[in-house]
Design a protein around this ligand. Structure first.
Ligand code: HEM
Ligand code: NAG
Ligand code: NAG
Length: 337
């Protein structure tokens, strides 16, 4: 192996080791003031754009939060979900089919404005996190800590990591899926609180009887979703549909969880105590949700230029540097990040 290639491998190995050892602590390469000198106006640009969009459509808040979740949960928060075209994560009829344009377009708009102001220095991955943080706060939620410096991926997530959690599975399965990403059962409980606002489409509303749903709500859903069209939607939190609060958990105590994945949190021995505590204490929920969000947004982030870039267009991925790409393929790291 050429010395240069060996050096590249060493760097890659180091980056991988660092990435896999994150457990709540800040990630090396990320910092709150990452753009302080390169793009000092960034946070203001984000906030102004988010505010303008939110004032027209408050649904942008849940829409952004879901985009961020899909991005982070597949192969890490690297804007891979934003790439358009064949073989991408945005599969019509797949989970992305229902990612809302209002959020994807807002991310694009913020990124373009930041690029016009500062040059090609701000990543789409960071824009996604910042926009979500601000929108969540506008919707009544907590402001979670954000470190910056993520790079954007060179490619969409490969097929095998696309498996997002299914609404038809219970807490058992999801505890495992989260554990595989170094997220605990507690993180599952707090992050699921994201379903305290936003909507689901009739196509994913479980057939009656999947779980022992409140009979009146079940009846309403049955009527609403008899002829599910692509556009018929249902609020995820029937108590306070548009506000980010702890009413999602109150709903669970009344068997009003929309999915089995939601309702089972109040029954499973590893999740029920926390879900119940959150139903009684919004402050506790906000604190834990904020911590879990910080953790989720630091999952599998790319900070090495060998593995990522700052995209010029959030919807189009570039190509990895040539020498490093060959080395990477030899070592198989692209297959297992
Ligand atoms: C634990 C397993 C989870 C499952 C099974 C799940 C499943 C789903 C499904 C099926 C929808 C409806 C999509 C549609 O039909 O439009 C949805 C919506 C949503 N999910 Fe989840 N989700 C999970 C966890 C999360 C997490 C961790 C977050 C964020 C931290 C999140 C945020 C959202 C939001 C905000 C919406 C509403 C989106 C909108 O209004 O556009 N979900 N989820
Ligand atoms: C709610 O949770 C917060 C944060 O954990 C705690 O300080 C507070 O005492 C709790 N309030 C009640 C009424 O239990
Ligand atoms: C809402 C959304 O972004 N849908 C996209 C899903 O992916 C297909 C294929 O890339 C796009 O055509 C859709 O616009």
């Amino acid at each position: 192996m050429a010395p240069r290639a060996a050096a590249a491998v060493a760097v890659v190995a180091l980056v991988c080791a660092v990435q896999s050892s994150l457990s709540g602590a800040a990630v090396p390469g990320l910092s709150p003031g990452f753009y302080k000198t390169t793009c000092p106006g960034l946070e203001q640009i984000v906030n102004a754009q988010v505010t303008a969009t939110f004032n027209k459509d408050q649904g942008v808040a849940p829409a952004l939060l879901r985009v961020l979740f899909h991005d982070c949960f597949t192969q890490g928060c690297d804007a891979s979900v934003l790439i358009k075209g064949r073989g991408t994560e945005q599969i019509p009829g797949g989970a992305n089919g229902t990612l809302r344009r209002v959020a994807l377009d807002l991310i694009d708009r913020i990124h373009r404005e930041a690029q016009a102001a500062c040059g090609r220095v701000v990543s789409c991955a960071d824009v996604t996190v910042l926009a979500t943080r601000d929108a969540l706060f506008k919707a009544g939620g907590p402001r979670f800590n954000v470190d910056l410096g993520r790079l954007d991926s060179f490619a969409p997530a490969p097929d095998r990591v696309k498996d997002l959690p299914s609404p038809f599975d219970g807490a058992d399965r999801h505890i495992e899926a989260f554990k595989a990403r170094k997220l605990s059962a507690d993180d599952l409980v707090s992050l699921s609180g994201a379903h305290t606002f936003g909507v689901a489409h009739c196509g994913v509303i479980p057939p009656r009887g999947t779980h022992s749903m409140d009979p009146q709500l079940a009846k309403q859903l049955q009527e609403k979703c008899t002829k599910p069209t692509a556009t018929t939607t249902q609020d995820l939190d029937v108590l306070t549909p548009h506000v980010f609060d702890n009413k999602y958990y109150v709903g669970l105590t009344q068997k009003k969880g929309m999915f089995l994945s939601d309702q089972s949190l109040i029954d499973h021995p590893l999740t029920k105590n926390l879900a119940l505590a959150f139903s009684k204490n919004q402050t506790a929920f906000f604190i834990e949700f904020g911590k879990s969000m910080t953790k989720m947004t630091e999952m599998g982030v790319i900070t090495s230029k060998l593995q990522g870039e700052v995209r010029a267009d959030c919807t189009v991925a570039g190509k990895p540097p040539r020498i490093e790409a060959a080395t990477a393929a030899d070592q198989g790291f692209t297959a297992d990040m």
